[in-house]
Design a protein around this ligand. Structure first.
Ligand code: GAR
Length: 197
């Protein structure tokens, strides 16, 4: 069994898309994989309720309770590693997880740590991607699924979706259009990873 642990901070719509795909596309039968746990650094993250209703373990780990990033990441990795199966590492998917991870954490999960970012990386790493794309006069925007490396919002690209920027777009309108594509490419990219031995 390959367990997937999803880290969220808020709405969790990408997490919901991954869980739905895992069920609809029978990841358990096809890849021996399931979403085992959702971890949020915010107690009020809406995604936690959905996970709880779908037989997925939930954990809240409030980063404010930790003196250092290293301490937070150590406890986070203890939670994640509790879902390991012998012979299989855990696949960790960041889904709107708004925390910068330490190099030690990233190294621990090399090749098994993926993220979705709401821009066409390497353009617009960091925050406020949609407003920055509008301000730059981009004609296209999008989202990127990538392997996580120590450098923020970098790492080998696994999938991208491109959406047009429309006349009169606001950051919110563009974000919503991009998000619908995120929900398609993130589960697909994870399914592809799960097919690897
Ligand atoms: C998504 O647009 C995701 O790409 C973005 O946050 C949103 C989370 O939505 N992630 C980042 O900005 C990470 N740098 P969700 O909680 O509904 O999945």
């Amino acid at each position: 069994m390959k367990n997937i642990v999803i880290l969220i901070s808020g709405g969790g719509s990408n997490m919901v898309a991954i869980v739905r795909a895992s069920q609809q596309d029978a990841w358990q039968q096809r890849f021996g994989a399931r979403v085992a746990a959702v971890v949020s650094n915010k107690a009020q993250a809406q995604g936690l309720a959905f996970a709880g209703q779908h037989d997925i373990a939930t954990h809240v780990l409030d980063h404010k309770a930790f003196a250092t990033r290293e301490n937070f990441d150590t406890t986070l990795s203890e939670i994640i590693d509790g879902y390991r199966y012998p012979g299989h590492g855990v696949l960790v998917a960041l889904a709107g997880f708004m925390r910068i991870l330490t190099p030690g954490f990233v190294a621990r999960y090399t090749g098994r740590l993926v993220n979705i970012h709401p821009s066409l990386l390497p353009a617009f790493p960091g925050l406020h991607t949609h407003q920055r794309a509008l301000d730059a006069g981009c004609k296209f925007a999008g989202a990127t699924v990538h392997q996580v490396t120590a450098e923020l919002d970098h790492g080998p690209i696994l999938a991208q979706a491109v959406v047009p920027v429309l006349p009169g777009d606001t950051a919110a309108a563009l974000a919503a259009r991009v998000l619908t594509q995120e929900h398609l490419i993130y589960p697909a990219a994870i399914a592809k990873l799960l097919q690897k031995p």
